[in-house]
Design a protein around this ligand. Sequence first.
Ligand SMILES: N[C@@H](CCC(=O)N[C@@H](CS)C(=O)NCC(=O)O)C(=O)O
Length: 216
Amino acid sequence: MTITITAFERSPDGGKGLARDTRVRWALEEVGQPYDVRLVSFRAMKEPAHLALHPFGQIPTYEEGDLALFETGAIIFHIAQQHAGLLPETPNARARAITWMFAALNTVEPPIVDLGTAKLLERDKPWSDARLPLVADRVRARLDQLSAWLGDADWLDGVFSAGDLLMVSVLLRLRSSGLLDEYPNLAAYVARGELRPAYKRAFAAQLAINAKPPTD
Ligand SMILES: N[C@@H](CCC(=O)N[C@@H](CS)C(=O)NCC(=O)O)C(=O)O
């Protein structure tokens, strides 16, 4: 059955791979599933046809036959359940990998998103200079803990899993801040993720869309 995901017609990051369709593409590449992409404009994302797929008017979505999903965690969990390659077979290792998926999205991503919001949308506020260091320190607190856990291991729990795929995707959003470079083992972890052939294919596919000159 054909899989179709949605992505930005024109990603705000210009093809740096930070839009969340990249992590879904990566998961599909890891398990060797072909997929189609339907591009949506910011306006179309808020219109009824897209809202029927995604109640919050965002990308990415995932369609396969009569199944429609939103939320990258749910989408990647679904992919990992349907196809081998993203979750270990043994029950305990599988449960731990799923735990890391939640940790990436529920514990590590929120302060990183906050930092992005503080830098991109709140810099003109009178309180921005006072708030920004506090937000950055909340990111550092999580990176301290994650760095201590990872140590000199390659992946979070033995073999590469959907937990790593999501964690690397989340950490990639920090690259331009310089914060990742304060943690050499985390920077190396992210680089390891980026070196995976499946990540490279996913990155190239989103870049091919976003590198095109605008037609309007
Ligand atoms: N928690 C959601 C977040 C989805 C999300 O924030 N998508 C962004 C693109 S990366 C978006 O559509 N932004 C436009 C908007 O919210 O209007 C997920 O993981 O799927």
